[in-house]
Design a protein around this ligand. Structure first.
Ligand code: ADQ
Length: 754
């Protein structure tokens, strides 16, 4: 996509993917007729696409009325427009688009639960259509492209595409709100939607609020905790960001300065005499709050009958989704309401509501914006709402009042508007009255502030900022994408292990050898693990070290009898064999513990399901057994409080896997591994396996040539990745098999020599 501001700097081609294309097509006699989409998404990206070398991939609509000749012509036209159509059968399109996307996801994401059909069953078609999109995009994309997917029709596409193009840079932008997790939970396919999105490298939202909702849903539904603006999933880091979409303000200003448009706006004003004009411009959608807006106008006229001849409300409603039943119903409701209000409040000179059901050109739109005294943008929910911004950009005269729903994303940027709760009809009527009587100086002051923001944060900045962030998202994830492919190659890696004289195995315990239990005492060493570790420990020229954050007593109880070395509290204590004493490797100051204990005990009594583990030189606060949302919330609180409490102390606070570790600075798993490295012979091979952040200290000090494995999905400095503790055990069994075989061969060779 070529973008007006810095297109020349961007080397990578952009592939835009959205459900609908910016142009619609149909047969008119024997000719093709093109229409331009008026939706916010198309409006926002169209100007960028028109000036660039990007590809736009999307569904062209039902083409069954087209002759073969027309189809051929259309193909050429699409090629000229750099458009790639994704063809769907009419039945599939209806189920995927009207059924699932517009019928279920749209009302759900806008908090309008009663608009969702009782029995939604189009999920399979939704999956199928997303799969089909993935095939088409994968057939067109190169490794160097930036793939930018748009909106709720394609929530699964990021991960479907990731499977086809593992190292592609994939961005996703959601144009509608992401609802609070209580609402999102309602969706029967909630896990699929979240994991579908997490295939992206960058996920963008209009506001921080939506981004926060998404992060909380990931936590509640998938148990994955976001780190403010990033989530680690499937071995990749996914970045989250708030990118409030702007408009092409310069274009609106230019149109607003066109003498023909100025003349048109004066004509509109004159047609309504001295009456003040309240304007409403929307797609005719039940989210846009038209009925309550009309009721607010009615209320205003009820309360102030003198306004009847002094106010005109012009409502322009662009036809939308006319094939969906709910949309036919909202149209009927709106028209009935207008009929009723006009019937009651019309005078012989005219009716208070002037209603137009249809589309207008951009010039006519700007003329209307300029003619209005007040623009009422009162959606029940709206991702952003560009109409509000277009109004502001068109008011080069510096006048006009914006009445704006606090439930529109735009409200987080346009605070100088009169913000209204659109469920409060009386409140809206009062805001309209205030807007109509607002002194000119206040109108101008508010409009000047609004314009300073709308005119500087344009749609081009929006696209550039998103694409810049997406452009830099590859480096970290590319390495991880390669690692993620490694599990199939375990046998390749272990083959080389037999050739080394001595082998030093450094193993973490929880999450590595055993899966996590809801509380630490439940992650016991089962008999098969005991047997595995015993056989490993008995191998000749093989050392086995368990390096854990657990206490000495804990390790001793489960592993004390095995012929292996144990290292407790992240290496503070070591015990080289079953009958050996524990040696303390460092003498950290523990004075700070008495300050921290009361705080942690307070949380222990307050938060159901948490466990506090006290160690000789630290604490661990476990929250795996706590309801995920609550656990993460308290973990964050504790960390904040600890940072303050321990500001001057030689202590570090670490966020592990559902645990907060508080331990002395400098005591980490690296210290014992460093000592092992120093005393190991030149032919020793280190194999290290761990799953937690604390294991990164251990990986960091391994000598060159070592083999390291990270268990799980998070990014790691380890060389290879294993999916689960079960896979770790398989690997260790293979090591036993290889080393035993090597031992046999050596014995046989020796026998042969004698
Ligand atoms: P929409 O729901 O389509 O977009 P919006 O942002 O208001 O809502 O954009 C509508 C566009 O249609 C505007 O550019 C407007 O000028 C145009 N339009 C409206 N009525 C018209 C008419 N009668 N004639 C001609 N043009 C008309 C979705 C989300 C929004 C989000 C956008 C962009 O629902 O919340 O702001 O995407 O992300």
């Amino acid at each position: 996509m070529i973008l007006p501001t810095n297109h020349n700097d961007r080397k990578d081609r952009v592939i835009l993917v959205s459900n609908r294309l910016p142009v619609g097509v149909r047969a008119s006699g024997d000719k093709l007729e093109f229409t331009h989409s008026s939706g916010g998404l198309a409006t926002g990206l169209k100007s960028s696409h028109e000036q660039g070398d990007s590809l736009w991939i999307g569904y062209p609509g039902d083409l069954k009325g087209l002759t073969d000749e027309m189809r051929l012509e259309l193909e050429c036209k699409f090629e000229d427009m750099r458009i790639v159509p994704v063809h769907l059968t009419a039945a599939d399109a209806a189920r995927y688009c009207q059924g699932m996307s517009n019928g279920v996801l749209w009302p759900l994401f806008h908090y309008l639960l009663d608009r969702i059909p009782n029995h939604s069953r189009d999920w399979k078609s939704y999956v199928k259509a997303n799969e089909h999109f993935a095939d088409v995009v994968a057939s067109k994309a190169n490794e160097s492209d930036l793939i930018w997917i748009h909106d709720y029709h394609l929530l699964l596409l990021p991960s479907l595409l990731r499977k086809r193009l593992p190292s592609a840079r994939i961005g996703f932008f959601l144009h509608i709100p992401f609802p609070s997790s209580d609402i999102f939970q309602i969706l029967p396919w909630r896990e699929h939607v979240l994991t579908g999105l997490l295939g992206a490298d960058l996920i963008g939202f209009h506001t921080f609020g939506y981004m926060h909702h998404f992060a909380i849903s990931c936590l509640r539904t998938l148990g994955i905790e976001a780190e403010i603006d990033r989530i680690e999933y499937d071995g990749r880091t996914i970045r989250l960001g708030a990118y409030p979409m702007g408009i092409d303000a310069a274009q609106f200003e230019k149109i607003a300065n066109d003498p023909a448009v100025i003349a048109d706006s004066k004509r509109i004003r004159a047609a309504h005499g001295n009456a003040k004009i309240i304007l409403g411009i929307d797609r005719l959608d039940y989210t846009k709050g038209l009925p309550r807006r009309l009721l607010a106008v009615e209320r205003l006229l009820d309360q102030r009958p003198s306004l009847k001849s002094k106010v005109r409300f012009i409502q322009l409603a662009i036809p939308s989704r006319e094939d969906v039943e709910e949309y036919q119903r909202i149209r009927a409701d709106v028209e009935q309401l207008i009929g009723r209000i006009n019937g009651i409040h019309a005078t012989v000179d005219g009716a208070p509501i002037h209603y137009i059901y249809g589309s207008v050109t951009r010039e006519q739109l700007v003329a209307l914006y300029m003619a209005a005294d007040v623009l009422a943008v009162t959606p029940l929910r709206d991702g952003m709402n560009l109409v509000a911004k277009e109004f502001v950009a068109s008011r080069a005269d510096g006048d006009g009042v914006l009445v704006l729903s606090e439930f529109a994303g735009a409200a987080s940027e346009l605070g100088e508007a009169l913000l209204v709760n659109t469920y409060d009809v009386d409140g809206m009527a009062a805001a309209l009255a205030r807007a109509l009587s607002m002194p000119e100086s206040e109108r101008r002051r508010r409009m000047a502030s609004l314009r300073s923001r709308v005119c500087t944060r344009t749609v081009h900045d929006w696209a550039n900022t998103f694409l810049d962030a997406l452009g830099t998202s590859r480096e970290g994830n590319a390495k991880i994408a390669t690692l993620a492919t490694v599990p199939i190659a375990i046998s390749e890696i272990t083959k080389g292990l037999g050739t080394h004289k001595s082998l030093i195995l450094v193993l973490d315990y929880d999450g590595t050898l055993v899966p996590f239990g809801t509380s630490p005492d439940l992650a016991a060493c089962d008999p098969s693990l005991q047997s595995l570790l015993r056989r490993l420990g008995q191998l000749p020229a093989t050392q086995v070290h368990i390096v854990s954050g657990r206490t000495r007593d804990g390790l001793e109880a489960w592993l004390g009898q095995l012929p292996i070395a144990l290292h407790a509290e992240h290496g503070l204590w070591s015990r080289v064999g079953p009958a050996e004493p524990w040696i303390q490797n460092a003498k950290p100051n523990a004075d700070w513990k008495s300050r921290v204990r009361p705080l942690l005990q307070e949380y222990l009594s307050r938060v159901p399901g948490c466990v506090l583990e006290e160690k000789s030189a630290g604490f661990a606060w476990h929250y795996r057994g706590v309801e995920p949302h609550l656990g993460a919330l308290h973990a964050r609180e504790i960390r904040t409080e600890l940072v303050e409490l321990l500001a001057q102390s030689p202590v570090e606070v670490l966020a592990g896997s559902k645990v907060i570790e508080i331990r002395p600075t400098g005591v980490n798993k690296g210290i014992v591994v460093r000592a092992m490295v120093e005393s190991a012979g030149p032919d020793a091979l280190f194999v290290a396996i761990g799953d937690d952040r604390t294991d990164e200290d251990l990986f960091a000090v391994l000598p060159p040539g070592s083999v390291s494995f990270h268990v799980g999905a998070a990014p790691s400095r380890a060389g290879y990745r294993l999916e689960s503790p079960q896979k770790v055990r398989t690997l260790l069994e293979q090591i036993i098999a290889i080393r035993s075989k090597q031992q046999l061969t050596v014995r046989r060779d020796r026998l042969a020599e004698t």
